[in-house]
Design a protein around this ligand. Structure first.
Ligand code: NI
Length: 223
């Protein structure tokens, strides 16, 4: 085995451990607040525990820039069901897999005539300009809206949605080729734009579809 091969074996082992570590950290990020809002909801309304209240501390209105360079407000999602995902276009594995899955969810729901908007918000605005997002999503992930913004805008929206992200330790000395460790949850936004549910990276597309088909039925009954 050459040194190079040995190195790549070591790198694979490190990536595996880092992936597990990121999952734990990002889950802690989300569930910490999740438990906090659940507790708040419990105190406010002792007998009710709807998912809306459980998610009350997650998410907030946002104003960003879409992949056409136009201003995009979360107001534009109101009246629609949406799935929100945070990531970056240089991501080698997790993001393309997640976006592929969400695109699959969308195309299945389209067949059932259940419209959904998939939104991809970058956590890497330095490299993910509007043009870069458009280039990335066009073709492979058709029908997904890409959003970017200033560093401060992205920092805020990520914080509001309890998204954990940081420059990967192994690539922090690479000014152009860095990677980001990040949460990989997808958030379901209801017609009011509030978080109604989250899905983890490991949730299969058909399970998400199953959930959403029921969700559409339920919300129709509730209307
Ligand atoms: Ni990623």
């Amino acid at each position: 085995m050459t040194n190079k091969n040995k190195d790549s074996v070591n790198v694979m082992a490190i990536i595996r451990y880092v992936t597990i570590a990121i999952f734990i950290v990002s889950a802690y990020y989300l569930y910490g607040y999740f438990l906090e809002s659940k507790e708040k909801a419990r105190r406010q309304q002792a007998n009710s525990s709807s998912s809306k209240e459980m998610y009350s501390a997650i998410g907030a209105p946002f104003k960003l820039t879409d992949y056409n360079g136009d201003s995009f407000s979360s107001e534009q999602l109101k009246g629609k069901i949406a799935l929100l995902y945070f990531g970056f276009t240089f991501c080698p594995d997790i993001c393309p897999e997640s976006l592929g899955k969400l695109a699959e969810v969308k195309s299945t729901l389209d067949k059932y005539n259940l419209p959904i908007q998939i939104v991809f918000i970058t956590i890497d605005p330095k490299r993910d300009t509007a043009d870069a997002l458009k280039e990335y999503l066009r073709g492979s992930f058709e029908g997904i809206i890409g959003l970017t913004g200033s560093d401060a805008e992205i920092e805020k929206v990520a914080k509001d949605y309890r998204v954990y992200y940081t420059i990967s330790a192994q690539t922090k000395d690479e000014p152009e080729d860095y990677l980001l460790d990040h949460s990989s949850f997808s958030y379901l936004l209801d017609k009011e734009g509030d978080v109604a549910k989250h899905f983890s990276f490991s949730e299969p597309a058909d399970e998400i579809v199953k959930y959403l088909v029921q969700y559409y039925k339920k919300t129709k009954i509730a209307e």
